[in-house]
Design a protein around this ligand. Sequence first.
Ligand code: HEM
Length: 480
Amino acid sequence: MGAAWPERTTPWPPRSAPLFGPEFTRDPLAYYEALRRDFGPVAPVTLDESGAFRGYLVLDHVYQLEILRNQGQVWARDSRWYRDLAEGALPLDHPLVPQFAYRRSRLNAEGAEHTRMAAAGNQALGELDLVRTRDLVEDLAHQLVDAFLPRADADEADGAAPPPEAIEVDVLAAYALQLPLLVMMRLMGMDEGAALATGNAIHEMLSGGPGAQRAAAELDELMLALVTGKREDPGPDLVSWILHHNRDSGLDEHELREEVWLQIVAGRGASTTWICNTLLELLSNDDLYADVLANRCSMDEAMNHVMWVNAPIQNLFGRWATQPTRIGPYRLDVGDMAIVGLGASGMTMRSAGLDVSRTNNAHLAWGGGNHGCPARDLGRLIVRTGLEVLWDRLPGIDLAVPREKLTWDLPYVARSPAALPVTFPRPSAEPKDATRWTASSTPFTSSPPPATSTEERERPSERPGRLPRWRSLVAWWPKR
Ligand code: HEM
């Protein structure tokens, strides 16, 4: 880049398919199947009516792996390589365009630069004590369930009409959207005030409304304040550990802020969708439901099944060719976009007669190669714990509307329903002396990082006592 774009040598194929519209939104799997029949392992697709927004959707598992591994250094994840964007051909008001915007972070770096940018963040993730983190997730999950369950004794006490036998809740809004974000903010060591401001800014930014840009700038400020604060006063949290390990990587202030931002935003999105999609699968697939209930199938296996049949991240936008190349039958020019269709991967494996069982975890739902997810254990832990708490606390949980009646967000990146209403029998009052879960009194990294200065400095206190219960945060959640 920097030099003029080379002459195009390969024209856009004469035949392409739309990757938008109600059919695609309603049943992406059937849509991918039809594309596969029509085009084979790679389908040229357009992403809007104008046809200017276009790329090659890679449906086949083997080609997907080849792109993600990127062994020939053919592909870049940096949208400055997107020729149609650079040349102004793209409609800038398309909802996906802001997601492409270049950020100076590991997400857009390759090779040695990616290694440098990813090192401190990955090492910090390695400091997490997953047993303690599980306690944290469980605590927050219970608080969220408590917040939407009516209190049995309150209803009895005020002598009002008997409460309904079944309760209906949108578990996406009341639970799945909140849990991963709360966990990530707590792991970053935010206090309740900063977490509240961060949650509001993320919500506003992702809503895509008129305040989205201002919210994105506010979020950057909040991340900067968090990093600066932890440098002054490190604690047993991910930000302090990122700063500690950064002594070898040399990330500047901006890059540090980007890493924290990325971990929070990436940690939140796919975990939310994975909770929803697994719950939906459990409640609409009788065999799976019966097997999990009878413990013939673990929650982990049910989650793995979903990675094949309704992956939380459906499509990776994008990978841009940095040199002329070929995928399947198509030749691509420098600056052409490949879209890695993770959501189609299970279908292509099955049609090739391969095993996509609950225990085969060769799926690509975590991505692959250098950019593959560095937080698989953490992601799995958040989702599994979140599902287990729901499963235990809401026996008899069922969908409130048939699966076919759910409305879905456009399945470009993450695929989740716009709402996931469930019903469950009203729980009976808990026995008075029930000993439910008690919160951990220990932090979730083994200790705060050692002080970085050569001067002897006072060791930060180990935040004694219970984890904050974050009641007001759990009560807060902007309505969608
Ligand atoms: C729970 C479900 C999760 C799923 C399914 C998931 C999936 C993915 C995928 C597919 C990618 C690759 C993106 C690409 O190649 O374009 C990725 C990258 C990433 N994920 Fe996750 N993720 C999950 C949870 C998390 C969590 C909890 C974190 C928290 C730290 C996280 C942090 C990241 C980061 C930092 C990257 C960028 C890696 C890089 O470019 O070096 N993810 N994830």
